[in-house]
Ligand binder design. Structure first.
Ligand SMILES: Nc1ncnc2c1ncn2[C@@H]1O[C@H](COP(=O)(O)OP(=O)(O)O)[C@@H](O)[C@H]1O
Ligand SMILES: [Mg+2]
Length: 246
């Protein structure tokens, strides 16, 4: 069974030590929610897992199916089956979304017939209840917050990753947009048995996506792990209780 394993991961950005020894093991089909206050290191964890060059691993190992990923570039990690949905997707005017998607999908899965590709795109847009208009847009250019998250979701659906890291996809979404995105994540994960690392600040999205495990991250460390009840408790009582114990 595919496994994404993170062992004693320490990482820095701009010479600042941010991750201070993260341990996590995610099997196919499992949903792990990682919750933490702003600045606790959530996005740093995501970017380090995906291999963004600004984030330097100081110690520890990231592996997928026992193969170390530490020294692989983000595109190679994507080929191995890793995917990151950005907290703040960047806008690239002039790059048509379908063209972009076709090029990333053919990089990862091999060349695909253009007509078949468009069929597949339309099918995914329908199944996931996404806006059809996305197919006429440039990559995130001028999209609303919710539309950008839909575009990330479409990318995930087309790439069919083994493991998806989803960074605060709920931030800034109203309740209807949140529902579409959450249902979309669930349906893609179910279809491909994707393992999910769902980063969130709030419990709200977990009303739709029920995690198997919940972890609290603080100051670059996981200070508590549990099940869904931990997230409910956080919502009721806030983070303070756990920070005191850490
Ligand atoms: N590019 C960067 N340069 C300097 N510091 C950074 C950078 N990215 C993140 N940090 C710092 O790392 C810490 C963790 O940030 P981040 O991982 O974005 O937290 P979260 O996603 O949990 O809100 C913060 O103190 C933040 O200021
Ligand atoms: Mg963040």
């Amino acid at each position: 069974m595919p496994t994404l394993e993170i062992k004693n991961l320490k990482a820095s950005v701009e010479d600042k030590d941010i991750l201070k020894g993260i341990n996590l093991k995610i099997n196919s089909g499992e949903i792990h929610a990682i919750m933490g206050q702003n600045g606790s290191g959530k996005s740093t964890l995501c970017n380090t897992l995906m291999g963004s060059p600004r984030f330097k691993i100081q110690e520890g190992i990231i592996s997928l199916d026992n193969e170390e990923l530490n020294n692989l570039s983000p595109d190679k990690r994507a080929k191995k089956g890793l995917f990151l949905a950005f907290q703040n997707p960047i806008e690239i005017p002039g790059v048509h979304l379908p063209t972009f998607l076709r090029s990333v999908v053919s990089e990862v899965h091999g060349r695909i017939d253009p007509e078949k590709f468009i069929e597949e795109l339309e099918k995914n847009i329908d199944e996931l209840n996404l806006k059809k208009d996305l197919l006429h847009r440039d990559l995130n250019d001028g999209l609303s917050g919710g539309e950008k998250k839909q575009s990330e979701l479409l990318q995930m659906a087309m790439l069919r990753p083994k493991f998806a890291i989803i960074d605060e996809i709920d931030s800034g979404l109203d309740i209807d947009a949140l529902k579409i995105v959450a249902e979309g994540i669930k349906s893609i994960a179910k279809k491909h048995n994707t393992g999910i690392v769902l980063i969130t600040h709030y419990q709200r999205i977990l009303n739709y996506i029920h995690p198997d495990f919940v972890h609290i991250i603080n100051k670059g460390k996981i200070i508590k792990s549990g099940d869904k009840k931990l997230a409910e408790d956080l919502e009721q009582n806030g983070y303070i209780k756990y920070l005191k114990d850490a």
